[in-house]
Design a binder for this molecule. Structure first.
Ligand SMILES: CC(C)=CCC/C(C)=C/CC/C(C)=C/C=C/C(C)=C/C=C/C=C(C)/C=C/C=C(C)/C=C/C=C(C)/C=C/CC(C)(C)O
Ligand SMILES: C[S@@+](CC[C@H](N)C(=O)[O-])C[C@H]1O[C@@H](n2cnc3c(N)ncnc32)[C@H](O)[C@@H]1O
Length: 372
């Protein structure tokens, strides 16, 4: 038998019935003391319904290279229509939509220039790469209930990230995600490095280091630090080739292997940047234990990734990364408290979160192995 409802539950039930009532909604939209809240909620609900359309406006802008075209300065609609290869009225439709989303700015004389969000995008090619690859995610989310029930069959994202299904991948299959991760590191690396102190580290190993974009940023800041990249063999090979091309072959050693088989020793600092959330609880816990085993006494583990429950960015962790990783078929976004618990279970004596500039993109936890 169900337990009797508490006073609070009864109040919440009454409140929900009130908010659901169209008569109350109309009244609240007109009454001076509730008008602001009603407007905010109407807009929030409309934005939730329309989110896919907004995202596709952005996709069209990125695909047509609109923001780069406008970096030269504002242009008349007619010129833009020609450069975008669109009929004039459809170009107007796109530009007005983009202006409403603060991507571009409508200017007098039927001209358009960049607005804040479009300008920010031109400086971060990683975002455009993310937008492009969302075609896979949105295809996988076409039937979200089937995905939630595990009845969607093989997903496009599982194919994009072969390691999510346990494959180690070859040169061709790791190249797309290697490029995407490399491009989007620009949004992450400096925020991570600003937030952690590497002055006492002698050798840093970046586990799941991709094609070396993060270690490239470390090398630029810490001239004396020994550096090793560890990733799956096909990825480590690509990293070695790329790093050689930019003159960092001597500076950064690349090692291929799977962290499910343990980690090489020799580093006093290990970084896991956007790694742990890719893995289900058991392999994620085993990876932390492997990092603990590979570190010397007093060694440091740095864990950086977007986390669930980030104040002010709750949908980024729980909605975006929650559904992204569900579609990918492996891992889940975790709350900072969960990660502290997992680190403790892996044997780390202490762990502390360090604030990052943009916690929405990445947060950071530093864990210490006991010195004794
Ligand atoms: C003084 C003046 C001129 C102005 C003052 C006003 C002012 C402060 C204006 C703001 C201008 C400004 C500096 C804007 C900067 C904006 C930036 C940097 C925006 C950055 C946005 C980043 C975005 C949208 C990132 C999106 C990231 C996505 C979608 C990441 C997806 C990640 C995935 C899928 C990762 C997959 C990895 C896996 C598999 C989960 O492990
Ligand atoms: C989401 S990417 C992050 C890459 C990089 N740390 C970054 O932030 O740009 C995850 C990385 O983990 C690597 N990886 C996945 N499974 C692995 C395994 N079993 N052993 C070693 N590396 C692995 C992938 O090849 C990929 O480079």
């Amino acid at each position: 038998m169900a337990a009797p409802a508490s006073l609070r539950d009864r109040w919440l039930g009454w409140r929900n019935r009130l908010v659901a009532s169209p008569r109350f909604q109309r009244w609240a939209a007109g009454f001076p003391l509730t008008r602001g809240i009603a407007w905010k909620n109407t807009r929030a609900l409309f934005d939730l319904c329309a989110g896919f359309v907004y995202a596709q406006v952005l996709t069209a802008c990125v695909r047509l290279d609109l923001f780069r075209i406008l970096t030269e300065g504002p242009l008349p609609l007619e010129v833009l229509a020609r450069r975008l290869d669109l009929p004039l009225e459809n170009a107007r439709c796109l530009l007005r939509a983009a202006a409403s989303l603060d991507l571009v700015r409508a200017l007098p004389g039927d001209r358009f220039g960049l607005a804040d969000l479009g300008a920010a995008l031109t400086g971060n090619p990683g975002i455009a790469a993310m937008v492009e690859h969302h075609a896979l995610l949105y295809a996988d989310l076409a039937d979200p209930v089937a995905l939630l029930r595990g009845a969607a069959g093989p997903t496009r994202l599982a194919g994009y990230w072969p390691y999510a299904s346990g494959a180690i991948g070859d040169a061709a299959s790791v190249a797309p995600y290697g490029g995407l991760m490399g491009a989007s590191q620009a949004l992450i690396a400096d925020d991570v490095l600003d937030a952690c102190d590497l002055s006492r580290s002698r050798h840093l190993m970046d586990v799941g280091g991709g094609e070396g974009a993060f270690l490239q940023a470390v090398a630029a800041r810490h001239g004396a630090l020994g550096l090793t990249l560890f990733d799956l063999p096909a990825v480590a090979d690509r990293a070695a080739e790329r790093l050689a091309q930019i003159g960092l072959a001597e500076r950064i050693a690349c090692r291929g292997g799977s962290f499910h088989d343990g980690l090489p020793t020799g580093a006093d600092t290990i970084t896991l940047i956007r790694i742990l959330h890719d893995h289900d609880d058991a392999p994620a816990q085993a990876l932390l234990a492997a990092a603990h085993a590979a570190l010397p006494p007093g060694g440091t583990l740095i864990l950086a990734e977007p986390m669930a429950g980030t104040p002010g960015a709750e949908p980024v962790g729980d909605a975006y990364f929650g559904f992204y990783l569900l579609a990918m078929g492996s891992g889940r976004p975790r709350r900072a408290e969960e990660l502290h618990g997992m680190l403790r279970q892996a044997g780390f004596a202490a762990s502390k979160e360090r604030p990052t500039r943009r916690p929405l993109l990445t947060r950071l936890i530093v864990a210490q192995k006991d010195a004794g």
